[in-house]
Design a protein around this ligand. Structure first.
Ligand code: ZN
Length: 675
């Protein structure tokens, strides 16, 4: 489960700090490219650098898997676009060319032709006639030019990568490549049957690593992603580099992790994946760690099939003290949460939490990345073996550094007092929010016996993210955090409350096009929390616990035609967060689908068009990109005459287009069509 991106609306105001590292890179469409600094890499031992080197190679080889998972024409279209991009001899000042360049950069960013976050298909800004002219020079494409143009230019074809609109056949209407010739009802029945027939105590994650399709005779068949199955050419390369990394593993346990991962990639056996997850979650000693595999299921409208991703990282020892303090006290937090006792864990199991530095981002974590990760995702593995929770410190740092002084905070904050609080505490409480969300929030609570972890279906991801966020929000204001020395005083948490309410009610709307609903799980969750609190904080419902008179806990204030969020009582707002947390935990623990649906549909989806327009107008004037992503550093291995690595050098000079073209050239193992 990936961490919330809190970068819109919070912590964006402090003065420019001095740092000669260039965090901000090029800007196009709704995107801003950033660089992240891998501080401390040069101080690692040669063995550690070599391990990272091989693991980042294993990471980069998986790229094309994700491209194909995101849509079956993606690799073909990328090849066509890159060919045109590198061989174009026409007028580079023409509008068509300029629009083409932006389109390609967006496709690169999204690993396909749909927006990475909103999931809508990109509308090319160049003419189809111009494009067809350019396409003539491209040879060796598996589809006709008519078919390619139809996919790119016809708005009706593959309109959404992931469609979550209630009432639609979500499988048929989603362009992602996880099902072929299958209806939603068929897919649901297929996996319900697997589940019913399988081990109910230790169920594997059914459907996780395959495409579901039908044979010519109409029988269902899972095309498994293994080194000899679908995507085998890329997986073979990944395995090859995992084998090269193995001798440099930091301990025997980490070697066992790598061995098990290879076994899983070779066999596709989901039991082996669970065994791998257990080995991985228990391997907490090494400085260097990595994720490489089919992990998150946000790309599948049914939430079963996982997209490929990888991150290689090492521990930030200083910052990890913060998360260690939280995980040491995990049981205290569980015991004192406002959740009904029957839904609490009697014994919170081994939550390990650390702050890490990303060394490479790949697959579904590149270029757009989460800033926190909590894995594994299997419910029973988490319950019996715990989970690993990380905050990616150097990405947060890059976001914060790039956002200083961009005008966002000034535009949307209600008062100078709020600005002062956010400038003073915003970075700290953002980090703590992520820590609490990942290492305590997702790990807290339990399902009642016999409740299926997938009962909430399409609403499951939103409810789960809301649960983790509310846990964080509730505890950010707890005196325990002052006592533990994690916040300097009893006021700091206000920065996160302002950020949450502003973001959920106003600023996150900048990521959505006019007329659209909120779709993405993390965004739905933030809207749900903020709007629910706003509604339930009105007038008589808000009587204080000591019988204080009712007030509006949160107000939407209009000033000069602009809407501001004003928090009138932080303490009572905290109580509201606690109340909602208790309800959301009840929904999760009992698998109350109807209640989940009502909460999400009532508070998390629709947008008031007038308010939306106002927010977009204000935002446009600031000229900030709503989405950010990262250019990876480059690792060069220096070798002696025998081919042994003698040093690994890191550099940050590669440009965005340059990096994308290099990856396409050097790390493409898959055919254009994977069937
Ligand atoms: Zn999360």
């Amino acid at each position: 489960m990936i961490g919330a991106l809190m970068t819109v609306g919070a912590a964006q105001g402090a003065a420019q700090t001095e740092d000669d590292f260039n965090y901000s890179n090029e800007r196009f469409a709704d995107l801003q490219m950033l660089r992240y600094k891998v501080e401390g890499f040069d101080q690692l031992t040669l063995k550690q650098k070599t391990l990272i080197y091989h693991l980042q190679e294993a990471a980069l080889w998986g790229r094309d898997i994700l491209w194909d998972q995101n849509g079956k024409y993606n690799l073909t279209i990328r090849k066509a676009l890159e060919n045109i991009y590198t061989h174009y001899a026409g007028d580079k000042n023409s509008e068509d060319w300029k629009a083409f360049e932006i389109y390609l950069k967006r496709v690169w960013f999204s690993n396909g032709i749909h927006h990475h976050y909103a999931c809508d298909k990109f509308e090319p800004g160049f003419s189809e006639k111009w494009f067809r002219e350019q396409l003539k020079i491209v040879k060796g494409l598996p589809y006709s030019n008519d078919e390619i143009c139809n996919v790119m230019f016809n708005p009706q074809v593959m309109a959404k990568r992931v469609n979550l609109a209630e009432g639609d056949d979500l499988v048929k209407t989603s362009a992602s490549n996880y099902y072929e010739g299958i209806t939603q009802a068929e897919a649901e029945a297929f996996y319900a049957k697997q589940k019913a027939e399988g081990d109910s105590i230790h169920p594997v994650m059914y459907g996780l690593n395959s495409r579901l399709t039908k044979t010519k005779n109409g029988d269902f068949i899972e095309r498994t992603w293994t080194s000899t199955g679908l995507y085998g050419e890329a997986i073979t390369k990944i395995v090859e580099h995992l084998k090269l990394a193995r001798p440099y593993a930091e301990d025997a346990q980490q070697q066992a992790v790598i061995d098990k991962l290879i076994e899983y990639y070779d066999t596709g056996n989901l039991k082996a994946f669970d065994e791998y997850s257990i080995l991985w979650v228990n391997n907490t000693e090494p400085l260097i760690d990595f994720v490489n595999g089919f992990i998150e299921c946000y790309g599948d409208p049914l939430g079963l099939k996982s997209s490929w991703e990888s991150i290689v990282n090492f521990k930030d020892l200083e910052a990890t003290k913060r998360t260690e303090t939280l995980s040491k006290n995990a049981q205290w937090f569980e015991d004192h949460s406002p959740v009904a006792s029957e839904f609490k864990k009697d014994k919170v199991k081994g939550i390990t939490a650390k702050v890490i530095k990303a060394a490479i981002l790949a697959g579904d974590l590149y270029p757009s990345s989460a800033i926190g990760i909590n894995l594994p995702n299997s419910d029973w593995v988490r319950a019996e073996h715990g989970s690993k929770s990380v905050t990616i410190g150097n990405l947060t740092e890059a976001y914060n550094k790039a956002a200083k002084g961009n005008g966002m905070l000034k535009e949307f904050a209600y008062s100078d007092e709020e600005i002062a609080i956010i400038e003073k505490y915003g970075d700290l409480t953002d980090d703590l929010h992520t820590d609490l969300h990942e290492c305590l929030g997702h790990g807290s609570g339990k399902l009642l016996e016999g409740v299926d972890g997938d009962s909430l279906k399409a609403y499951g991801s939103t409810i789960e993210e809301a649960r983790a966020d509310l846990f964080a929000l509730y505890y950010l204001a707890d005196p325990k955090l002052v006592e533990l020395g994690l916040v300097p005083n009893a006021e700091a948490y206000k920065a996160s409350y302002i950020g949450q309410m502003q973001n959920g009610l106003l600023t996150q709307l900048v990521r959505i096009n006019p007329g659209n609903n909120i779709e993405e799980a993390h965004m739905r969750n933030r809207a749900l929390i903020a709007r629910w609190a706003y509604e339930h904080g009105k007038g008589r419902e808000s009587v204080g616990s000591m019988g204080e008179p009712p007030i509006d806990i949160i107000e939407l204030v209009k000033r000069d035609g602009k809407t501001y969020v004003k928090i009138n009582d932080y303490h009572r707002l905290r109580n509201l967060f606690g109340k909602l947390l208790a309800e959301i935990q009840r929904i999760k623990s009992t698998g109350d689908y109807e209640a989940a649906k009502n909460l999400v549909e009532n508070y998390g989806v629709r947008i008031d068009p007038e308010l939306h327009k106002e927010v977009l107008d204000r935002y446009e004037k600031l000229n900030i990109a709503p989405y950010k992503g990262f250019i990876n550093p480059v690792y060069d291995a220096e070798k002696d005459n025998n081919g042994n690595i003698t040093d690994v050098k890191i550099s940050y000079n590669e440009g965005y287009a340059e990096q994308m073209l290099r990856y396409s050239k050097d790390y493409s193992a898959l055919p254009l069509v994977n069937e």
